[in-house]
Design a protein around this ligand. Structure first.
Ligand SMILES: [Zn+2]
Length: 513
Protein backbone atom coordinates (compact mmCIF):
# COMPACT_ATOMS: atom_id res chain seq x y z
CA UNK A 1 0.00 0.00 0.00
CA UNK A 2 1.42 3.37 -1.03
CA UNK A 3 1.17 5.98 1.68
CA UNK A 4 0.38 9.23 -0.05
CA UNK A 5 1.02 12.69 1.34
CA UNK A 6 -2.13 14.75 1.55
CA UNK A 7 -2.73 18.44 1.94
CA UNK A 8 -5.36 19.42 4.43
CA UNK A 9 -7.36 22.38 3.21
CA UNK A 10 -8.44 24.45 6.19
CA UNK A 11 -9.92 27.21 4.08
CA UNK A 12 -13.22 25.33 3.97
CA UNK A 13 -15.49 24.89 6.97
CA UNK A 14 -14.80 21.23 6.81
CA UNK A 15 -11.53 19.41 6.33
CA UNK A 16 -10.99 18.03 2.84
CA UNK A 17 -8.11 15.85 1.86
CA UNK A 18 -6.70 16.28 -1.61
CA UNK A 19 -3.56 14.73 -3.11
CA UNK A 20 -0.56 16.99 -2.64
CA UNK A 21 0.49 18.94 -5.69
CA UNK A 22 4.14 19.75 -6.26
CA UNK A 23 5.84 22.66 -7.92
CA UNK A 24 9.04 22.07 -9.91
CA UNK A 25 11.99 24.36 -9.14
CA UNK A 26 14.68 24.31 -11.83
CA UNK A 27 17.92 26.22 -12.24
CA UNK A 28 20.48 25.72 -14.99
CA UNK A 29 24.28 25.79 -15.05
CA UNK A 30 25.60 26.08 -18.57
CA UNK A 31 29.23 25.79 -19.64
CA UNK A 32 30.36 27.00 -23.05
CA UNK A 33 33.82 26.73 -24.60
CA UNK A 34 34.79 30.13 -25.97
CA UNK A 35 35.89 30.26 -29.59
CA UNK A 36 39.13 32.18 -29.02
CA UNK A 37 42.11 31.36 -31.21
CA UNK A 38 44.35 30.53 -28.23
CA UNK A 39 43.85 29.01 -24.78
CA UNK A 40 42.89 30.86 -21.59
CA UNK A 41 46.31 31.31 -20.01
CA UNK A 42 48.90 30.35 -22.66
CA UNK A 43 49.53 30.71 -26.39
CA UNK A 44 48.50 27.17 -27.30
CA UNK A 45 46.01 26.81 -30.13
CA UNK A 46 42.37 26.44 -29.04
CA UNK A 47 41.33 23.93 -31.66
CA UNK A 48 38.33 21.73 -30.87
CA UNK A 49 38.75 19.96 -34.23
CA UNK A 50 42.27 18.67 -33.47
CA UNK A 51 42.07 14.89 -33.30
CA UNK A 52 45.74 14.11 -32.69
CA UNK A 53 46.05 13.87 -28.90
CA UNK A 54 48.40 16.09 -26.88
CA UNK A 55 49.65 18.33 -29.68
CA UNK A 56 48.23 21.67 -28.47
CA UNK A 57 50.01 21.70 -25.11
CA UNK A 58 52.89 23.62 -23.52
CA UNK A 59 54.58 23.86 -20.12
CA UNK A 60 52.03 26.50 -18.97
CA UNK A 61 48.86 24.48 -19.58
CA UNK A 62 50.65 21.33 -18.44
CA UNK A 63 51.45 23.12 -15.15
CA UNK A 64 55.17 22.62 -15.19
CA UNK A 65 56.88 24.15 -12.16
CA UNK A 66 57.99 27.75 -12.64
CA UNK A 67 55.54 28.60 -15.42
CA UNK A 68 53.08 31.48 -15.09
CA UNK A 69 49.64 31.94 -16.65
CA UNK A 70 48.69 35.07 -18.67
CA UNK A 71 45.04 36.12 -19.06
CA UNK A 72 43.60 35.91 -22.59
CA UNK A 73 41.95 39.29 -23.17
CA UNK A 74 39.77 38.00 -26.00
CA UNK A 75 38.18 35.44 -23.64
CA UNK A 76 37.39 38.16 -21.09
CA UNK A 77 35.78 40.31 -23.82
CA UNK A 78 33.65 37.42 -25.02
CA UNK A 79 32.25 36.87 -21.52
CA UNK A 80 31.59 40.62 -21.23
CA UNK A 81 29.64 40.52 -24.52
CA UNK A 82 27.54 37.60 -23.24
CA UNK A 83 26.89 39.52 -20.02
CA UNK A 84 25.84 42.64 -21.92
CA UNK A 85 23.58 40.62 -24.24
CA UNK A 86 21.82 39.22 -21.15
CA UNK A 87 21.43 42.66 -19.61
CA UNK A 88 23.81 41.80 -16.78
CA UNK A 89 26.12 44.07 -14.85
CA UNK A 90 29.81 43.94 -15.70
CA UNK A 91 31.72 43.96 -12.42
CA UNK A 92 34.39 46.65 -12.40
CA UNK A 93 36.48 44.35 -10.24
CA UNK A 94 36.91 40.69 -11.07
CA UNK A 95 39.33 38.07 -9.88
CA UNK A 96 40.39 34.49 -10.51
CA UNK A 97 40.41 31.81 -7.84
CA UNK A 98 41.84 28.34 -7.55
CA UNK A 99 39.36 25.51 -7.23
CA UNK A 100 41.30 22.61 -5.79
CA UNK A 101 40.58 19.03 -6.68
CA UNK A 102 42.48 16.10 -8.08
CA UNK A 103 41.54 14.38 -11.30
CA UNK A 104 43.76 12.90 -14.05
CA UNK A 105 42.40 15.35 -16.66
CA UNK A 106 43.54 18.32 -14.56
CA UNK A 107 47.36 18.46 -14.53
CA UNK A 108 47.55 21.46 -12.16
CA UNK A 109 45.61 19.74 -9.39
CA UNK A 110 43.37 22.82 -9.39
CA UNK A 111 41.24 24.63 -11.90
CA UNK A 112 41.58 28.39 -12.36
CA UNK A 113 38.01 29.65 -12.02
CA UNK A 114 36.14 32.57 -10.51
CA UNK A 115 34.32 32.25 -7.23
CA UNK A 116 33.90 35.49 -5.31
CA UNK A 117 34.23 38.04 -8.10
CA UNK A 118 32.73 36.80 -11.38
CA UNK A 119 32.84 39.03 -14.48
CA UNK A 120 29.05 39.25 -14.84
CA UNK A 121 26.40 39.61 -12.14
CA UNK A 122 22.66 39.55 -12.84
CA UNK A 123 20.81 39.83 -16.13
CA UNK A 124 17.91 37.78 -17.42
CA UNK A 125 16.81 35.61 -20.31
CA UNK A 126 13.22 34.69 -21.16
CA UNK A 127 12.11 35.92 -17.74
CA UNK A 128 14.68 33.79 -15.90
CA UNK A 129 17.11 35.73 -13.72
CA UNK A 130 20.80 35.12 -14.28
CA UNK A 131 22.86 34.81 -11.12
CA UNK A 132 26.32 35.14 -12.63
CA UNK A 133 28.55 34.42 -15.60
CA UNK A 134 32.18 33.65 -14.90
CA UNK A 135 35.30 32.57 -16.71
CA UNK A 136 37.41 29.48 -16.08
CA UNK A 137 39.51 26.91 -17.91
CA UNK A 138 38.43 23.57 -19.33
CA UNK A 139 39.88 20.19 -18.36
CA UNK A 140 41.36 17.48 -20.58
CA UNK A 141 39.52 14.51 -21.97
CA UNK A 142 39.71 10.95 -20.70
CA UNK A 143 39.18 8.05 -23.07
CA UNK A 144 38.43 4.67 -21.55
CA UNK A 145 39.34 1.72 -23.74
CA UNK A 146 38.28 -1.82 -23.15
CA UNK A 147 41.62 -3.41 -24.08
CA UNK A 148 40.09 -5.57 -26.83
CA UNK A 149 42.12 -6.40 -29.98
CA UNK A 150 40.80 -3.31 -31.81
CA UNK A 151 42.32 -0.94 -29.23
CA UNK A 152 45.80 -2.44 -29.54
CA UNK A 153 46.30 -1.84 -25.84
CA UNK A 154 46.18 -5.42 -24.66
CA UNK A 155 44.36 -4.58 -21.47
CA UNK A 156 41.75 -2.08 -20.32
CA UNK A 157 43.22 1.39 -19.98
CA UNK A 158 42.38 5.06 -19.72
CA UNK A 159 44.08 7.46 -22.10
CA UNK A 160 44.26 11.18 -21.51
CA UNK A 161 44.29 13.94 -24.11
CA UNK A 162 45.36 17.36 -22.79
CA UNK A 163 44.51 19.37 -25.94
CA UNK A 164 41.41 20.73 -24.20
CA UNK A 165 43.20 21.60 -20.97
CA UNK A 166 43.14 25.37 -20.47
CA UNK A 167 40.58 26.11 -23.19
CA UNK A 168 38.55 29.16 -22.05
CA UNK A 169 35.27 28.09 -20.56
CA UNK A 170 32.36 30.30 -19.59
CA UNK A 171 29.92 29.24 -16.92
CA UNK A 172 26.47 30.74 -16.58
CA UNK A 173 24.36 30.05 -13.50
CA UNK A 174 20.65 30.88 -13.47
CA UNK A 175 18.40 31.49 -10.52
CA UNK A 176 15.95 28.62 -9.83
CA UNK A 177 13.20 30.50 -11.69
CA UNK A 178 12.29 27.83 -14.23
CA UNK A 179 9.12 25.83 -13.61
CA UNK A 180 8.79 23.51 -16.62
CA UNK A 181 11.07 21.28 -18.67
CA UNK A 182 9.90 23.05 -21.84
CA UNK A 183 10.94 26.45 -20.46
CA UNK A 184 14.33 25.03 -19.48
CA UNK A 185 14.86 23.84 -23.04
CA UNK A 186 13.73 27.19 -24.48
CA UNK A 187 16.17 28.99 -22.16
CA UNK A 188 19.06 26.79 -23.30
CA UNK A 189 18.15 27.20 -26.98
CA UNK A 190 17.91 30.97 -26.68
CA UNK A 191 21.27 31.14 -24.90
CA UNK A 192 22.77 28.93 -27.62
CA UNK A 193 21.69 31.46 -30.27
CA UNK A 194 22.98 34.42 -28.26
CA UNK A 195 26.39 32.78 -27.72
CA UNK A 196 26.69 32.39 -31.47
CA UNK A 197 25.33 35.88 -32.27
CA UNK A 198 27.89 37.63 -30.06
CA UNK A 199 30.59 35.27 -31.39
CA UNK A 200 31.51 34.00 -27.93
CA UNK A 201 31.16 30.28 -28.61
CA UNK A 202 30.24 27.94 -31.45
CA UNK A 203 28.20 26.18 -28.74
CA UNK A 204 27.84 22.90 -30.61
CA UNK A 205 26.29 20.54 -28.04
CA UNK A 206 27.25 17.42 -29.97
CA UNK A 207 30.90 18.46 -29.78
CA UNK A 208 30.66 19.27 -26.06
CA UNK A 209 31.15 23.00 -26.71
CA UNK A 210 28.02 23.69 -24.70
CA UNK A 211 27.20 21.55 -21.65
CA UNK A 212 24.09 21.84 -19.55
CA UNK A 213 23.49 20.84 -15.96
CA UNK A 214 20.12 21.18 -14.31
CA UNK A 215 19.47 21.66 -10.60
CA UNK A 216 16.09 20.17 -9.94
CA UNK A 217 13.90 20.01 -6.87
CA UNK A 218 10.20 19.99 -6.13
CA UNK A 219 8.19 21.42 -3.27
CA UNK A 220 4.55 21.34 -2.21
CA UNK A 221 2.58 23.96 -4.13
CA UNK A 222 2.46 27.17 -2.08
CA UNK A 223 5.59 26.28 -0.11
CA UNK A 224 8.33 28.93 -0.21
CA UNK A 225 11.38 27.01 1.00
CA UNK A 226 13.21 24.85 -1.52
CA UNK A 227 13.19 21.07 -1.53
CA UNK A 228 16.42 19.06 -1.69
CA UNK A 229 18.01 19.62 -5.07
CA UNK A 230 19.51 17.06 -7.37
CA UNK A 231 22.05 18.04 -10.01
CA UNK A 232 21.70 16.29 -13.37
CA UNK A 233 24.76 16.16 -15.65
CA UNK A 234 25.65 14.57 -19.01
CA UNK A 235 22.85 16.32 -20.85
CA UNK A 236 24.04 16.31 -24.44
CA UNK A 237 21.21 17.76 -26.51
CA UNK A 238 18.33 20.21 -26.20
CA UNK A 239 15.90 17.32 -26.39
CA UNK A 240 17.75 15.64 -23.51
CA UNK A 241 17.36 18.83 -21.40
CA UNK A 242 13.61 18.44 -21.59
CA UNK A 243 13.61 14.65 -21.16
CA UNK A 244 16.05 14.60 -18.24
CA UNK A 245 14.10 17.23 -16.32
CA UNK A 246 10.75 15.54 -16.96
CA UNK A 247 12.15 12.22 -15.78
CA UNK A 248 13.75 13.69 -12.68
CA UNK A 249 10.61 15.62 -11.66
CA UNK A 250 8.56 12.46 -11.89
CA UNK A 251 11.14 10.41 -9.98
CA UNK A 252 11.23 12.94 -7.15
CA UNK A 253 7.47 13.21 -6.97
CA UNK A 254 7.04 9.44 -6.78
CA UNK A 255 9.70 9.22 -4.07
CA UNK A 256 8.01 11.90 -1.97
CA UNK A 257 4.58 10.34 -2.40
CA UNK A 258 5.99 7.10 -1.06
CA UNK A 259 7.30 8.90 2.01
CA UNK A 260 10.97 8.77 0.93
CA UNK A 261 13.44 11.60 1.30
CA UNK A 262 15.28 13.09 -1.69
CA UNK A 263 19.03 12.65 -1.42
CA UNK A 264 21.23 15.61 -2.36
CA UNK A 265 23.34 14.08 -5.12
CA UNK A 266 24.66 14.35 -8.65
CA UNK A 267 22.89 12.20 -11.19
CA UNK A 268 23.76 11.58 -14.84
CA UNK A 269 21.33 11.49 -17.75
CA UNK A 270 21.44 8.09 -19.46
CA UNK A 271 20.34 8.86 -23.01
CA UNK A 272 20.08 5.20 -24.00
CA UNK A 273 17.82 4.13 -21.14
CA UNK A 274 16.19 7.57 -20.91
CA UNK A 275 16.63 7.91 -17.16
CA UNK A 276 18.84 9.63 -14.59
CA UNK A 277 21.35 7.53 -12.65
CA UNK A 278 22.97 8.33 -9.31
CA UNK A 279 26.66 9.25 -9.73
CA UNK A 280 27.92 10.63 -6.44
CA UNK A 281 26.87 12.66 -3.46
CA UNK A 282 27.25 16.36 -4.10
CA UNK A 283 30.34 18.26 -2.94
CA UNK A 284 29.86 21.68 -1.43
CA UNK A 285 31.94 24.77 -2.15
CA UNK A 286 34.14 24.34 0.94
CA UNK A 287 35.35 20.96 -0.35
CA UNK A 288 37.20 22.80 -3.12
CA UNK A 289 39.11 25.11 -0.78
CA UNK A 290 38.80 28.09 -3.12
CA UNK A 291 41.60 30.62 -2.74
CA UNK A 292 42.56 33.71 -4.75
CA UNK A 293 44.85 32.79 -7.66
CA UNK A 294 48.22 34.27 -6.64
CA UNK A 295 49.72 34.10 -10.14
CA UNK A 296 47.14 36.39 -11.80
CA UNK A 297 46.38 40.07 -11.22
CA UNK A 298 42.75 41.08 -10.58
CA UNK A 299 40.84 42.35 -13.61
CA UNK A 300 39.92 46.01 -13.79
CA UNK A 301 36.94 45.97 -16.15
CA UNK A 302 36.59 49.72 -16.59
CA UNK A 303 37.95 52.17 -19.15
CA UNK A 304 40.86 52.77 -16.78
CA UNK A 305 41.62 49.05 -17.10
CA UNK A 306 41.31 49.23 -20.89
CA UNK A 307 37.77 47.86 -21.13
CA UNK A 308 35.34 50.32 -22.69
CA UNK A 309 32.11 48.61 -21.63
CA UNK A 310 29.75 51.22 -23.17
CA UNK A 311 31.37 50.91 -26.59
CA UNK A 312 31.14 47.13 -26.32
CA UNK A 313 27.45 47.43 -25.44
CA UNK A 314 26.82 49.68 -28.45
CA UNK A 315 28.63 47.30 -30.78
CA UNK A 316 26.52 44.27 -29.87
CA UNK A 317 24.68 42.87 -32.90
CA UNK A 318 20.90 42.80 -33.05
CA UNK A 319 20.03 39.86 -30.79
CA UNK A 320 17.81 36.94 -31.83
CA UNK A 321 14.73 38.01 -29.90
CA UNK A 322 14.75 41.53 -31.38
CA UNK A 323 15.48 40.13 -34.83
CA UNK A 324 12.51 37.75 -34.67
CA UNK A 325 10.22 40.64 -33.76
CA UNK A 326 11.55 42.81 -36.57
CA UNK A 327 11.32 39.99 -39.14
CA UNK A 328 7.71 39.46 -38.18
CA UNK A 329 6.84 43.14 -38.78
CA UNK A 330 9.04 43.75 -41.79
CA UNK A 331 8.48 40.57 -43.78
CA UNK A 332 5.21 39.25 -42.34
CA UNK A 333 6.59 35.70 -42.29
CA UNK A 334 5.16 32.84 -40.20
CA UNK A 335 6.91 32.44 -36.84
CA UNK A 336 8.22 28.96 -37.66
CA UNK A 337 10.12 30.24 -40.71
CA UNK A 338 11.35 33.27 -38.77
CA UNK A 339 12.73 31.01 -36.02
CA UNK A 340 14.50 28.97 -38.67
CA UNK A 341 16.09 32.01 -40.35
CA UNK A 342 17.06 33.74 -37.10
CA UNK A 343 18.51 30.56 -35.54
CA UNK A 344 21.69 31.27 -37.52
CA UNK A 345 22.88 34.86 -37.88
CA UNK A 346 24.50 34.12 -41.26
CA UNK A 347 21.27 32.63 -42.57
CA UNK A 348 19.34 35.70 -41.42
CA UNK A 349 21.94 38.01 -43.01
CA UNK A 350 21.79 36.10 -46.30
CA UNK A 351 18.00 36.30 -46.31
CA UNK A 352 18.13 40.06 -45.73
CA UNK A 353 20.68 40.65 -48.49
CA UNK A 354 18.60 38.72 -51.01
CA UNK A 355 15.43 40.37 -49.75
CA UNK A 356 16.86 43.87 -50.19
CA UNK A 357 17.53 42.97 -53.85
CA UNK A 358 13.87 42.06 -54.13
CA UNK A 359 12.87 45.33 -52.47
CA UNK A 360 14.78 47.47 -54.96
CA UNK A 361 13.35 45.46 -57.85
CA UNK A 362 9.75 45.74 -56.64
CA UNK A 363 10.03 49.41 -55.75
CA UNK A 364 8.75 51.48 -52.87
CA UNK A 365 5.33 51.44 -51.22
CA UNK A 366 4.40 48.00 -52.48
CA UNK A 367 4.44 46.18 -49.19
CA UNK A 368 2.12 43.33 -50.18
CA UNK A 369 4.20 42.49 -53.26
CA UNK A 370 7.43 42.75 -51.29
CA UNK A 371 6.16 40.44 -48.55
CA UNK A 372 4.91 37.95 -51.14
CA UNK A 373 8.32 37.83 -52.86
CA UNK A 374 10.12 37.63 -49.49
CA UNK A 375 7.88 34.71 -48.51
CA UNK A 376 8.93 32.85 -51.70
CA UNK A 377 12.57 33.55 -50.82
CA UNK A 378 12.12 32.35 -47.21
CA UNK A 379 10.31 29.22 -48.35
CA UNK A 380 13.02 28.24 -50.84
CA UNK A 381 15.68 28.91 -48.21
CA UNK A 382 13.99 26.82 -45.52
CA UNK A 383 13.02 23.91 -47.77
CA UNK A 384 14.97 23.36 -51.01
CA UNK A 385 18.17 25.16 -50.08
CA UNK A 386 18.16 23.64 -46.59
CA UNK A 387 17.88 20.10 -48.03
CA UNK A 388 20.81 20.80 -50.35
CA UNK A 389 22.87 22.09 -47.41
CA UNK A 390 22.03 19.13 -45.19
CA UNK A 391 22.84 16.65 -47.97
CA UNK A 392 26.29 18.24 -48.37
CA UNK A 393 26.77 18.79 -44.62
CA UNK A 394 27.40 22.44 -45.53
CA UNK A 395 26.61 25.82 -43.96
CA UNK A 396 25.07 28.89 -45.54
CA UNK A 397 28.53 30.51 -45.40
CA UNK A 398 29.87 27.75 -47.67
CA UNK A 399 27.50 28.24 -50.58
CA UNK A 400 28.44 29.53 -54.00
CA UNK A 401 25.07 31.14 -54.72
CA UNK A 402 25.27 34.91 -54.23
CA UNK A 403 22.28 36.61 -52.56
CA UNK A 404 21.83 38.58 -55.82
CA UNK A 405 21.48 35.38 -57.84
CA UNK A 406 19.11 33.88 -55.28
CA UNK A 407 16.95 37.01 -55.55
CA UNK A 408 17.07 36.66 -59.36
CA UNK A 409 15.73 33.12 -59.05
CA UNK A 410 12.92 34.32 -56.77
CA UNK A 411 12.00 37.02 -59.31
CA UNK A 412 11.62 34.37 -62.02
CA UNK A 413 9.36 32.30 -59.78
CA UNK A 414 7.39 35.36 -58.70
CA UNK A 415 6.73 36.47 -62.29
CA UNK A 416 5.90 32.92 -63.44
CA UNK A 417 8.82 33.05 -65.81
CA UNK A 418 9.71 29.56 -64.63
CA UNK A 419 7.53 26.92 -63.01
CA UNK A 420 8.12 25.76 -59.46
CA UNK A 421 9.22 22.43 -60.91
CA UNK A 422 11.89 24.13 -63.03
CA UNK A 423 12.90 26.34 -60.08
CA UNK A 424 13.98 23.27 -58.10
CA UNK A 425 16.29 22.17 -60.92
CA UNK A 426 17.69 25.66 -61.41
CA UNK A 427 18.42 25.99 -57.69
CA UNK A 428 20.16 22.61 -57.59
CA UNK A 429 22.43 23.71 -60.46
CA UNK A 430 23.12 27.09 -58.88
CA UNK A 431 24.06 25.25 -55.70
CA UNK A 432 26.35 22.85 -57.56
CA UNK A 433 28.33 25.31 -59.66
CA UNK A 434 27.32 28.82 -58.57
CA UNK A 435 26.04 29.75 -62.00
CA UNK A 436 23.64 32.54 -62.85
CA UNK A 437 19.96 31.47 -62.82
CA UNK A 438 19.10 33.35 -66.04
CA UNK A 439 21.96 31.56 -67.85
CA UNK A 440 20.65 28.18 -66.66
CA UNK A 441 17.10 29.00 -67.75
CA UNK A 442 18.40 30.17 -71.14
CA UNK A 443 20.64 27.16 -71.71
CA UNK A 444 18.10 24.56 -70.64
CA UNK A 445 15.18 26.35 -72.26
CA UNK A 446 13.22 26.39 -69.01
CA UNK A 447 11.34 29.62 -69.59
CA UNK A 448 7.62 29.11 -69.13
CA UNK A 449 5.42 30.06 -72.06
CA UNK A 450 2.83 32.29 -70.45
CA UNK A 451 2.10 34.33 -73.53
CA UNK A 452 -1.42 33.57 -74.81
CA UNK A 453 -0.67 34.17 -78.49
CA UNK A 454 2.44 32.02 -78.32
CA UNK A 455 0.31 29.11 -77.08
CA UNK A 456 -2.68 29.70 -79.36
CA UNK A 457 -1.22 27.75 -82.30
CA UNK A 458 -0.27 24.71 -80.23
CA UNK A 459 -3.62 24.59 -78.44
CA UNK A 460 -5.49 24.74 -81.78
CA UNK A 461 -3.38 21.87 -83.07
CA UNK A 462 -4.11 19.73 -80.00
CA UNK A 463 -7.87 20.44 -80.32
CA UNK A 464 -7.82 19.29 -83.96
CA UNK A 465 -5.88 16.15 -83.21
CA UNK A 466 -8.06 15.06 -80.27
CA UNK A 467 -11.73 15.18 -81.28
CA UNK A 468 -12.81 12.59 -78.70
CA UNK A 469 -11.68 14.41 -75.53
CA UNK A 470 -12.93 17.68 -77.04
CA UNK A 471 -16.37 16.14 -77.47
CA UNK A 472 -16.27 14.67 -73.95
CA UNK A 473 -15.40 18.03 -72.53
CA UNK A 474 -18.24 19.72 -74.36
CA UNK A 475 -20.59 17.11 -72.85
CA UNK A 476 -19.45 18.29 -69.43
CA UNK A 477 -16.67 15.83 -68.60
CA UNK A 478 -14.17 18.16 -66.92
CA UNK A 479 -11.59 15.35 -66.70
CA UNK A 480 -11.18 15.64 -70.47
CA UNK A 481 -9.87 19.20 -70.07
CA UNK A 482 -7.09 17.96 -67.82
CA UNK A 483 -6.15 15.44 -70.51
CA UNK A 484 -5.97 18.17 -73.17
CA UNK A 485 -3.82 20.37 -70.90
CA UNK A 486 -1.49 17.40 -70.46
CA UNK A 487 -1.18 17.03 -74.23
CA UNK A 488 -0.29 20.72 -74.69
CA UNK A 489 2.28 20.44 -71.89
CA UNK A 490 3.79 17.40 -73.63
CA UNK A 491 3.84 19.18 -77.00
CA UNK A 492 5.70 22.17 -75.45
CA UNK A 493 8.05 19.87 -73.54
CA UNK A 494 6.76 21.23 -70.25
CA UNK A 495 7.51 24.84 -71.07
CA UNK A 496 3.91 26.03 -71.18
CA UNK A 497 2.36 27.62 -68.14
CA UNK A 498 -0.47 25.17 -67.30
CA UNK A 499 -2.71 27.96 -66.01
CA UNK A 500 -2.44 29.86 -69.30
CA UNK A 501 -3.05 26.63 -71.27
CA UNK A 502 -6.23 26.07 -69.28
CA UNK A 503 -7.34 29.64 -70.05
CA UNK A 504 -6.69 29.35 -73.82
CA UNK A 505 -8.33 25.92 -74.03
CA UNK A 506 -11.55 26.94 -72.28
CA UNK A 507 -11.74 30.06 -74.41
CA UNK A 508 -11.30 28.14 -77.67
CA UNK A 509 -13.69 25.37 -76.63
CA UNK A 510 -16.49 27.80 -75.92
CA UNK A 511 -16.05 28.50 -72.28
CA UNK A 512 -17.60 25.38 -70.73
CA UNK A 513 -16.14 25.50 -67.20
ZN1 LIG B 1 49.59 25.74 -23.40
Amino acid sequence: MISTLYRIDYSQNFVIMQPMEYEPVIGLEIHAELNTSTKMFCGCKNDPLEHHPNVNICPVCMAHPGTLPVINRDAVEKVIRVGLALGGEISPYSQFDRKNYFYPDLPKGYQISQYKYPIVLGGSLRGVRITRVHLEEDTGRLQHIDGGPASGAGQPATLVDYNRVGVPLMELVSEPDIRTATDARAFAEELHEILRYVNASDADMEKGQMRIEANISIRPLGETTFGTKVEVKNINSFRAVEKAIMYELQRQEEALRQGEKIKQETRGWDDINQCTVSQRSKESAHDYRYLPEPDLPPLNLTSAGGFDIETMRNRLPELPMAKRERFSKQYGLPSKIISFLVSDKHLADYFEQASSELASWIGENKEAEFQKASAILANYMSSDLQSLLVAKDAQITDIRITPENFAELVKMIYTNEISSRAAKDVLARMFADGSDPSDIVQEDNLRQISNVSALDETVKKIIQENPKPVEDYKKGKTVALQMLIGKVMKETKGAANPEVVREVLTKLLGGVQ
